[in-house]
Design a protein around this ligand. Sequence first.
Ligand SMILES: Cc1cc2nc3c(=O)[nH]c(=O)nc-3n(C[C@H](O)[C@H](O)[C@H](O)COP(=O)(O)OP(=O)(O)OC[C@H]3O[C@@H](n4cnc5c(N)ncnc54)[C@H](O)[C@@H]3O)c2cc1C
Length: 263
Amino acid sequence: MDLTSLDHIRTPRSRSDLVLGPGSAPLAGGTWLFSEPQRDLSELVDLTGLGWAPFEVGEGLTIAATCTLRQLADLPAVPGWRSQNLVVECLRSLVMSEKVWDLATVGGNICLALPAGSLITLAVALEATAVVWTPSGEYELPVLDLVTGVRSTALGPGDVLRSITIHADALASPSAFGRAALTRHGRSGAIVVGRRDGDGLVATITASVPRPYRFAFSSYPSTGAVAEAVDTIEDWYDDPHGAPDWRRAQTLRLAEQVRRELA
Ligand SMILES: Cc1cc2nc3c(=O)[nH]c(=O)nc-3n(C[C@H](O)[C@H](O)[C@H](O)COP(=O)(O)OP(=O)(O)OC[C@H]3O[C@@H](n4cnc5c(N)ncnc54)[C@H](O)[C@@H]3O)c2cc1C
């Protein structure tokens, strides 16, 4: 849609030009920004002109915020990364057209902070660290702490997500993925990812909750231990894609499913 409140769209080519004043917001793929009126915005600052490489495979995996969903889907298979299948599982969980896949970015999905943002799922399940550029420097924080609620993040004014980094150990550990939606092609209502961590298990819960939850068990948990952890959640998300009691029930079911799969 036309964003009539905008005065202009600026495309910086270097970090020194990447200045976000009042009324400015980063523009990535624009698939959400141009989907509804943005009355508080007068300027968009297009990050795609900065020319960041979509991803780098080294000791681990670094994904630029501007990496599109299509580019991430083309990540080459890396021998030994037993959790790499999570990339495709999480991408497939976004119910969108091929056209949107070509434009939507990893950073846009994370910073939009919707419960069904499954790049958040990927990042939290693999214990990714976010690199955030500020007007005067940069800082790092776990993506778990970056997403604080529905459409809410820990980013301050002028902050830009630069990239996320995933350690090779997390990518090398086996994982299991479970997803529920109200309809076959519906938006995610609950996602649970389990990942073996030594003798234990790390369970990540998204989509059914306003912000991601992660539960770490140092030894392999019983059915009851997983259910007990899930039941500490009090704020189940409620929208047309699922009622809170249904989301809780699906989360418990999926958590037991991934626990059994990885036992
Ligand atoms: C048909 C359709 C289906 C969709 N389904 C889903 C879905 O299932 N789940 C879901 O989560 N979303 C969904 N979306 C919403 C959206 O398209 C995606 O979340 C997408 O990944 C957003 O990425 P983008 O690059 O287009 O973000 P943009 O629209 O460019 O930006 C989104 C927000 O993030 C901010 N932002 C972007 N990049 C950065 C950065 N690097 N640093 C700081 N802030 C930044 C922007 O200022 C803006 O507030 C859907 C959209 C459509 C059109």
